[in-house]
Design a protein around this ligand. Structure first.
Ligand SMILES: Cc1cc2nc3c(=O)[nH]c(=O)nc-3n(C[C@H](O)[C@H](O)[C@H](O)COP(=O)(O)OP(=O)(O)OC[C@H]3O[C@@H](n4cnc5c(N)ncnc54)[C@H](O)[C@@H]3O)c2cc1C
Length: 466
């Protein structure tokens, strides 16, 4: 699709870059984190600076009868923002960030990152459990649920979304919360890229900050995978409520030895409390670890730095994930993913979700979870390694899917694999809301194999198992 001729009349200095313009290519992919760039070409990119630009861009798309896509932080692994023939609204230059000390609510535009938000909140003694990687945008993160800091105990980030302002598919600006536009409020907490509108502002409930963060880590040889992971998957279920627990396999420091690390990060207000929380792991961890630490002082900033180092910029990525069935033999299901990493920069992660995975969730679209979150992150540099790395992920997931209940939107690519992303009732309700709010499929929605899911959305079924 070529830009219309003559070009439509737009407000003066409207920040649009039509396909073919000099700056277009940079605007198309310059802010996409994954360097495995898509061969998809929007009609134009609007670099919105104000809410009015978003409204104007949606009205323009309606006039031209083309689709709209959105980019907040640009961290979707599958580059969902880059869609053929759509008007891509890039929110990277639209900044709003404020905090109300009386209500403890932060008002945040979607491209604000976790690090930006927590830097501001830190000055007020508050915290928002945003994404682990510092540069993930609140927009994509919160819409898909948000597996933030200590999610296993503090719950999903979207449970702290009190309201959203939205530009609807026909260009109307509305507020959504538990009283108004409740259908969109339901969808805004778990629809991910299938949200049928553009969020311009999130209202986020914050937590008091914790003054004493400490961690403990235990590194095991690959041969000890079963010993280490059997231990921690059992211990994690009802561990201390302010402690996040993860097991990661990687090649630390790019060395030759694959290691399985069990990491506990506790958020407390005194050394004594932190020690009490971590001591249980210290006392019970299996012998034979080759490295580790106990009660290491840490901070959100330092954890962000570690995450950024593990997910380097300028690289090619392929990821997938699954919630493993609580009744499965979790250690066996994850073994291949943990012990056969395809590159030295890749890593596999098990993230403990219990006990929150066992409690009923509020009435919201996010509705898929189990005690065990498994995610595969392959990281490499050169295009000629694409097939091998993507093949490794698919090969592992073919088997894992059989033992899974579904997956998390945030680490998924619907062009490769579809599965269950919501409970049955919530999934049906979400697709109904999509159809009602955007019958023409103006907002791009889920990027499936042919990018034609439109207003219908996703089937919410395991595909490989059929
Ligand atoms: C290095 C890295 C680390 C990560 N760590 C975590 C983590 O700890 N926890 C976790 O849960 N996830 C994590 N993720 C996944 C991440 O949260 C998702 O990829 C998320 O979609 C990224 O949001 P974004 O705004 O940065 O991405 P974008 O690519 O800008 O947005 C993704 C899609 O979300 C939709 N969207 C975004 N903003 C809006 C909006 N304002 N209105 C309507 N739709 C919108 C659009 O469909 C858009 O294409 C990580 C990803 C990366 C790359």
């Amino acid at each position: 699709m070529s830009p219309p001729s003559p070009l439509p009349t737009l407000p003066p200095s409207f920040p649009i870059h039509w396909r073919g313009d000099l700056y277009y290519e940079h605007a198309r992919i310059g802010r996409v984190f994954n360097h495995r760039r898509p061969d998809r070409y929007p009609l134009a990119v609007v670099e919105a600076k104000h809410e009015e630009h978003i409204v104007e861009a949606v009205k323009l798309a309606n006039k031209l009868e083309c689709r709209v896509s959105v980019r907040s932080g640009g961290h979707s692994w599958a580059a969902w923002s880059v869609r053929d023939d759509a008007i891509l609204i890039d929110l990277g230059k639209y900044y709003e960030l404020s905090y109300d000390a009386e209500t403890h609510v932060a008002k945040v535009s979607p491209s604000i990152t976790g690090r930006m938000l927590n830097t501001l909140l830190g000055h007020h003694g508050r915290l928002f459990p945003g994404g682990h990687c510092p540069d993930v945008g609140v927009g994509g993160f919160a819409l898909q649920g948000g597996m933030g800091w200590n999610c296993k105990n503090w719950g999903w980030a979207c449970e702290r979304v009190l309201g959203v302002d939205v530009v609807t598919a026909n260009g109307e600006l509305v507020h959504c919360d538990k009283y108004e536009n409740t259908d969109l409020y339901f969808a805004a907490r778990g629809a991910g890229p299938g949200f049928p509108g553009i969020v311009t502002r999130f209202y986020l409930q914050t937590l008091p900050v914790f003054s004493c963060m400490r961690s403990a880590a235990y590194f095991y040889k690959k041969e000890d995978y079963r010993k280490a992971v059997s231990w921690i998957t059992k211990l994690a279920e009802d561990y201390d409520q302010d402690t996040e627990i993860v097991a990661v396999s990687s090649f630390p420091g790019g060395g030759d030895e694959l290691r399985v690390m069990v990491l506990l990060v506790t958020f407390k207000n005194s050394e004594e409390e932190a020690r009490k929380a971590l001591q249980v792991a210290e006392d019970s961890h299996p012998t034979g670890n080759v490295d580790g630490w106990f009660m290491k002082p840490t901070s959100l900033q330092s954890e962000y730095d570690d995450q950024a180092a593990a997910n380097p910029e300028g690289h090619r990525y392929c990821v997938d994930n699954a919630y493993i069935d609580n009744d499965a033999n979790v250690v066996s299901v994850m073994e291949k993913a943990f012990t056969t990493l395809p590159t030295k920069k890749s890593f596999t992660l098990w993230y403990s979700m219990a006990p929150c995975s066992r409690r009923p969730l509020p009435d919201m679209a996010l509705s898929m979870q189990s005690d065990h979150y498994l995610a595969l992150y392959t990281v490499w540099e050169h295009k000629h390694d694409d097939a091998g790395n993507r093949g490794w992920v698919q090969n592992i997931m073919q088997d894992v899917e059989k033992q899974s209940v579904g997956a998390y939107l945030g680490d998924s690519d619907f062009q490769v694999r579809q599965t269950r992303f919501w409970g049955q009732e919530q999934g049906q309700r979400l697709m109904k809301i999509r159809k009602e709010r955007d019958p023409q499929g103006r907002i791009c929605g889920f990027l499936d194999a042919r990018d034609n899911s439109g207003a219908d959305g996703l089937p919410n079924e395991h595909h490989w198992l059929q």
